[in-house]
Structures are given as C-alpha cells and as structure tokens.
Design a protein around this ligand. Structure first.
Ligand code: C2E
Ligand code: CA
Ligand code: CA
Length: 459
C-alpha cells in the first residue's frame, strides 16, 4: 500500500505559516503576542488546534503520518442535532483522540474532520492504529443528556514523499478519507493510483466533445444469448474512445466524467444515433436484433433528451432497449417515471441494469414497469463457487418473473454458470463465455458465420 508522497506545504493558511518562519531582520508579531499565536493555531468554535497547527506538527525532518478522522454522515448529523451541538461533539471526539494517543495538537481541519500526527514503523502499522483509534473513539457522545451515535473513517498520508498532484499531506489524508469510504474500509492510506490524474481528466473532458465529432468514438457490441431461442437475439452497445495520444480510454472513466460535467447527453445521443444506424445495417444483412443502449440515470430528468431519443427511434423504426441504473429513479422519481413511460409508450424496452449492485430496493421494483432486469455481474461471477450467490440469483429471477420481467445475467464467464442459469429459468446470458464486446464489423462476421465469410472472401 502507498501512503502518498509529500514535499512542501501549501495551504490557505500558508501566509500565516510564513509569519512563523524567523526570517532574518524581520520580527514575527506572533512571537510577541500570545493571544495572536493562540488564535492563529486554534479553531475558534471548538478550541481544538487548526489546520496550521497540524501542518506545523507534521513539518519536521522525520517522516510522520498525518491522520484525519472524518465523522461519517456529518451533514445529516449536523442537520439533526444543530450547528451549536456539533461543536460540542467535535470537541468531545477531539479530546478522546487526544486521550487515546497523547497527540498534541488534535486539530479540526474541516467541518467534520479532525486530525493528528502519528508515528509508526510502517504504512500498515499506521493504518491499523488509525482503524483502532476510530473504533475506540466512536462510542456515542452524550449531548444534552442524549446519546448521539457516531462513526469515524480515517485517511492517512505520510510526509516526506513527493506527489505532483496533491502536495500537502493534509490534503492527501483528506482524499484518503473519501477513498476509505468508497472502499468500505475503516482506515486507509492515500492511494495515488486510485486518485488518478484529475488535471489530465479535466483536459480529457474538454476533448470529449471534439472527439465525438471527429470519429474517435466507436461502438462495440456484446451479444446476449437467448436460452429459449438458443441463439443471439440482442446485443448491447458499449461506447469506446480511442484517443489519438492516450489510446483506449476506459468507459468507466469517460462515462463518469461525462456524467459529472454535463457531457453525458451528447455522448448518449451519439450512441443512439450510431446504434440505430448499425441496427438498420444489421437488418439489411438479415439480422433482426434488439440493440441495448446504456442510458445514464441522469438523463431521466431531461425531457429534451427524451424528445431526441423518441424522434431517433421513430425515424428509423428502431428496436431499442434502454439499460438504466436505479439511482436516477430513486433520486427524481416523478420526472424519471414520466420519461420512462414515454419510452415504453414508444415501444422502447426498459432494462434495470446492474441489479443488486446498488440500493436495489423493493420500492424501486414497485415504481418501475421494466421489461428486463439485468442481474449485476458481481453475483454471476461468483455463481460457480457461492451457494449464497446462487440462491440470491435464483430468488431474483423468480421475483422478476413474478413481476412480468425477463432476466438477463451479465458476466457469464464459465459453462457452469451458464448451465446453472439455464436451470434457474434465466432468459438471457451475456458475458465473455458467449462473446466479448467486439466492433460492428466483427459482430456482423460472427452473425454471418463461416459461410457468408468465405463467400465474401471468395467474392
Ligand atoms: P455495463 O453496462 O454493466 O456493461 C457491461 C460491462 O461489463 C462492459 O464493460 C463489458 O465489457 C463488461 N463485461 C461483459 N461481459 C463480461 C464478463 O463476462 N466478465 C466481466 N468481468 N466483464 C464483462 P465496459 O464496456 O468496460 O463498460 C463499462 C461500463 O461503462 C458499462 O457497464 C456501462 O455502465 C458504461 N458504458 C459503456 N458504454 C456506455 C454508454 O454508451 N453510455 C453510458 N451511459 N454508459 C456506458
Ligand atoms: Ca449495461
Ligand atoms: Ca451492467
């Protein structure tokens, strides 16, 4: 595990830090006024240290670990118990941490974040200690006689290393809290690989729009095997970006970035446009296949996207299925359900993608009338070895059938998984066993089989 790299310090309070440095010939006002010194190094609300005090404690020659403790669900808690009580809660937790470690200072470095400096023999030992501190310090806090439950997540960063992207170890520890939460871990060191290259990503986004226009995007198609028909009756369109310098950019990266920056609509419109065109060509070649397109949940609040999609489908008499993820509907139910209804009315099938990977509530199934439920690959990949996964998959298939939905299992990699799914009454299977995502040309070739291929070659 890597705990990041650090070198110089850079913070909003850097100017105060500069005041502390004893430049020759300059008097430091804080040296003469203890009240000013106290103010500069303490958080006014809680009386704990502040970010600057933590940075100073970490700034020695010897490498140490900056450990930040984030209070989980801070905003929710603050809204429930009020801003004033929150200061008391932070002070209590800060004192606990100080009592457990003897560290001074324990600092408040953000709204719901406390921090301290830790010495440890290794990265692993530091993470282990931080996790134990979280466990010990997160007993309920009594406020106005009532116990308030809290949970802590720790992020760590080692000083004395160099990182171009995030220079300050306090910033790296803060990012590590997010990384720990995303990984469902109690404590974690800053992982530069997971953090990636946000500046590079930003430039990528500015290139995305141009890329859509100049042919850097293409679609791959992955077959969906129909158990009853014993053949491929549908394909899923998956976007691919071949960047002139970076090569293939992962869809997991550009889809998320496009979603975050408002570019998901032009991307999806391009995918629909291309998928409809490819479907028409497939039809001319004698293959009537349903084409699934991934539609980001965010677009289910955009009526003009729905207008575009419906017009595109109508113009080409296309047979599409929109694979959607559940967050959107939960987040914005009224609009999303109205838009989904418009799709259904126009003959577009709706599939609930990645089922089981997120919140997957019964309310979600109750709200949406979908044609298909797609069981997330995380359950299918474990099917061979896990009786528990098998039970969950079987029950989900029965539930979906009961609600009138077809079921597709994605991530089918082994003949055993395929046989199990067939036995469970699953309708369709998708995965590397049946076929990896391939270019449109390769798909056509596969569908045509050896006869047509050799005929073409002969011609
Ligand atoms: P997804 O919709 O869940 O797509 C299935 C992903 O699982 C694809 O990854 C596919 O290559 C991969 N996969 C298929 N079979 C197997 C298997 O047997 N084993 C394993 N381990 N993986 C398998 P891909 O193409 O990298 O796409 C990743 C995600 O990017 C997609 O997940 C989808 O959420 C998103 N995405 C791709 N294209 C688009 C798009 O045009 N629009 C939107 N909104 N999202 C897209
Ligand atoms: Ca999908
Ligand atoms: Ca999926």
């Amino acid at each position: 595990m890597t705990l990041g790299y650090a070198q110089g310090m850079r913070s909003p309070l850097a100017f105060l830090s500069a005041l502390f440095s004893s430049a020759p010939g300059r008097t430091n006002p804080l040296d003469h006024d203890p009240r000013l010194t106290h103010m500069a190094l303490h958080d006014q609300e809680t009386g704990l240290g502040n970010r600057l005090s933590l940075e100073r404690a970490a700034a020695g020659a010897e490498p140490v670990y900056v450990v930040l403790f984030g209070i989980d669900r801070f905003e929710v808690l603050r809204n429930a118990i009020g801003y004033d009580s929150m200061a008391g809660l932070l002070t209590t937790v800060g004192r606990r941490l100080s009592g457990l470690t003897g560290a001074t200072p324990v600092a408040r470095v953000g709204a719901g974040v406390l921090g301290l400096v830790l010495r440890a023999e290794s990265d692993d030992q530091a993470v282990e200690t931080a996790a134990r501190l979280c466990e010990s310090a997160q007993t309920p806090v009594i406020l106005n006689g009532a116990p308030v439950d809290i949970a802590l997540t720790a992020g760590l960063a080692r000083t004395g290393l160099i990182n171009r992207n995030v220079a300050s170890p306090v910033d790296r520890a803060s990012i590590a809290i997010d990384q720990a939460r995303a990984a469902h871990r109690r404590a974690m060191g800053f992982d530069p690989v997971r953090y990636g290259d946000p500046a590079g990503n930003l430039s990528l986004i500015s290139e995305l729009m141009a890329a859509l226009g100049n042919g850097e995007f293409s679609l791959n198609y992955q077959p969906k095997y129909d158990f009853r028909a014993e053949g491929v009756r549908a394909v899923e369109a998956l976007a691919r970006w071949t960047h002139p310098r970076r090569g293939c950019v992962s869809p997991d990266l550009f889809v998320v970035m496009a979603e975050e920056t408002g570019h998901i609509r032009p991307l999806t419109e391009w995918v629909i446009h291309q998928a409809v065109k490819d479907q028409a060509e497939l039809r001319r070649a004698g293959h009537d296949l349903m084409v699934s397109v991934n539609v980001s949940g965010r677009l289910l609040s955009d009526e003009s996207f729905a207008d575009f999609a419906l017009a595109a489908v109508k113009a080409a008499d296309a047979r599409l299925c929109f694979e959607i993820t559940e967050t959107a509907v939960v987040g914005n139910p009224d609009v999303a359900l109205r838009i989904l209804d418009r799709f259904t009315q126009a003959g577009i099938a709706v599939s609930l993608d990645d089922y089981g990977s997120g919140l997957s509530s019964l309310t979600y199934l109750k709200q949406i009338r979908a044609d298909e439920l797609k069981i997330d690959k995380s359950f299918i990949l474990g099917l061979d070895d896990s009786a528990r996964d098998a039970l969950l998959v079987k029950s989900t298939i029965d539930l979906a059938h009961g609600l009138g939905m077809k079921v597709t299992a994605e991530g089918v990699e082994t003949p055993t998984a395929l046989a199990l799914l067939r036995g469970m009454g699953c309708d369709m299977a998708q995965g590397y066993l049946i076929g990896r995502p391939v270019s449109f040309e390769a798909l056509l070739e596969r569908l045509d089989g050896p006869t047509r291929k050799s005929a073409t070659v002969a011609a």
